[in-house]
Design a protein around this ligand. Structure first.
Ligand code: PHE
Length: 345
């Protein structure tokens, strides 16, 4: 009698599984046929009351049926899942023969390309990158660099004043003072790329905002030979192995001696042409040995330590490197200009 009952349950389970077309329905069937309170399971709990010979047979049969129903449900679940996926894929097919929208690849402004190149050259020589504020105090921009209030050198570095003592930095040199003070007497080897400002009437060669890379090395026994060798290596890496440099005496209040560094003109190879105004050389940067007053004011004993510093105009290097004729082009974002420097993929 039980057997009969079990077969009926099995049959109706199979029918219902076969007919069900959603996973919710299958979920219901699981509860109906396999949960603790289902008919099948309640039969299992009555096994104990059967005579031992029948108990074993009946138990096996019940478990067999239970396993069959469970696997039938699972199979159906898989089938439904597959069908659903196929339906979804079909509804989401895209027409790959349609022409796509063109994605325009952007490019780096040549200013940044050159800034990164200069930075890399010095990183490879063992320099680290330092940072400093663009809004500076008079103290750091001038005083701590040996440019007191009444110094005539201030005339060439008029800038935008926020107040009498706060201004937009006119060069990256204040980073020298910040770095020295933070290093507290330890050796230094840094560069600092950054924006600088001056009150200027903008034209092809002047811009009220421009950028420099400052360099500063301080240690025992640093001499001008180190400055020359460092800048020569930089010039050759940046402009080509054939370029020679020359140092000309110059003046900056924060270096002594001070130099202006020229490279041989790439256009005429030093012979003299219109690009170098007949001199064979083109000026690329300023530098010198750190002035003893600057060392002293920023915590270094000039009798023990010495150092060199330099300041490179980034736009100037980019102009020479790419033959650009107007500094304003770096800032105007004219796509016709920028496009010429786009790296080919
Ligand atoms: N700060 C100087 C300038 O802007 C450049 C410079 C830097 C010169 C470091 C000497 C040493 O003109």
């Amino acid at each position: 009698m039980e057997n009969q009952n079990i077969n009926e349950i099995y049959q109706s389970a199979m029918d219902e599984i076969g007919e069900s077309s959603t996973s919710e329905k299958l979920q219901e069937l699981k509860i109906k046929f396999l949960a603790k309170k289902s008919v099948l399971m309640s039969l299992l709990s009555t096994l104990g009351s059967l005579p031992p010979e029948e108990r074993k047979e009946m138990g096996q049969k019940l478990n067999e049926v239970k396993a069959k129903i469970a696997s039938a449900i699972e199979e159906k679940e898989n089938q439904l899942r597959k069908e659903e996926l196929e339906k979804k894929l079909k509804s989401e097919t895209i027409d790959i023969s349609l022409p796509s929208k063109r994605v325009e690849l952007g490019g780096q402004n040549p200013f940044y390309v050159v800034k990164d190149e200069i930075t890399d050259i010095f990183l490879n020589m063992g320099f680290e990158v330092a940072d400093g504020p663009e809004v500076e105090t008079d103290l750091y921009n001038f005083e701590l660099l040996n440019i007191p209030k009444d110094h005539p050198a201030r005339d060439m570095q008029d800038t935008f004043y926020i107040s009498d003592s706060v201004l937009l930095r006119t060069h990256t040199s204040p980073v020298q003072a910040h770095t020295m003070q933070a290093a507290e007497g330890k050796p230094i080897r840094i560069i600092c790329p950054g924006k600088t400002y001056r009150r200027d009437d903008d034209d092809a060669t002047h811009s009220h905002q421009f950028a420099q890379i400052e360099g500063l090395v301080i240690d025992k026994d640093i001499n001008i030979g180190h400055l020359k060798a460092t800048l020569e290596l930089f010039a050759k890496k940046m402009f080509g192995e054939k370029r020679e440099i020359r140092l000309r005496p110059s003046y900056f209040p924060f270096t002594e001696p001070s130099v202006e560094v020229d490279i041989t003109c790439a256009n005429c190879n030093g012979k003299g042409c219109s690009m170098c105004k007949g001199t064979g050389y083109i000026e690329i940067l300023g530098g010198g040995m750190v002035h003893p007053n600057v060392l002293k004011m920023n915590g270094y004993d000039p009798d023990v330590y010495s150092g060199f510093a330099f300041g490179i105009g980034i736009e100037r290097v980019a102009i020479l490197r790419y033959g650009i004729d107007d500094i304003r082009k770096f800032y105007q974002n004219d796509i016709r200009f920028l496009r010429q420097y786009r790296k080919k993929a």
